[in-house]
Write a protein that binds this ligand. Structure first.
Ligand code: THU
Length: 148
């Protein structure tokens, strides 16, 4: 867990670096698709995750959901941004993919965020990334407010 100065000063490149570090810990012997995620919380803390595959393939968990699990297990339920780095790095080690979160991960991020303001960063490097609001990636979403 890392502490940020202020959310407004959040350095996107720093968040991406945390995701790149987390990707180093990816356990993906079956797909070789290595993913790292760094989740920024409302109190400026950062929790990371990597994908963890399993010999029983459906038991695999995505990097984003591991990061959310880490945050929630550490008492955070207010998340503001995520940086995701992933893909198969070929012989050059250069990432060719922007690793967009899967549908299940988008829904899990939605549970603990304001989708209109939550930022999703998909990065190939600290200088090559795209930014979205969760609302763009998961429009007309279903969330906790519907059950009030
Ligand atoms: N994966 C993630 O970690 N995040 C996603 O949003 C998409 C997929 C992982 C799961 C699996 O280990 C590998 O990528 C290939 O599906």
């Amino acid at each position: 867990m890392m502490q940020w100065g202020r959310t407004e000063d959040m350095d996107e490149k720093e968040l991406i670096k945390h995701a790149m570090d987390a990707r180093e810990r990816s356990y993906s012997p079956y797909s070789q698709y290595r993913v790292g995620a760094a989740l920024l919380c409302g109190d400026d803390t950062v929790f990371t995750g990597c994908n963890i595959e399993n010999a029983s393939y459906p038991a695999t968990v995505c990097a984003e959901r591991v990061a959310v699990g880490n945050a929630v297990a550490n008492g955070r339920r207010d998340i503001t941004a995520i940086a995701i780095v992933g893909g198969k790095s070929g012989e050059t080690g250069v990432l060719t993919d922007y690793a967009f979160p899967c549908g299940i991960c988008r829904q899990v991020l939605r549970e603990f965020s304001d989708p209109a303001s939550f930022t999703v960063i998909v990065a190939r490097s600290t200088d090559d990334y795209k930014k979205y609001k969760l609302e763009e990636l998961l429009p007309e979403s279903f969330g906790p407010d519907h059950l009030l």
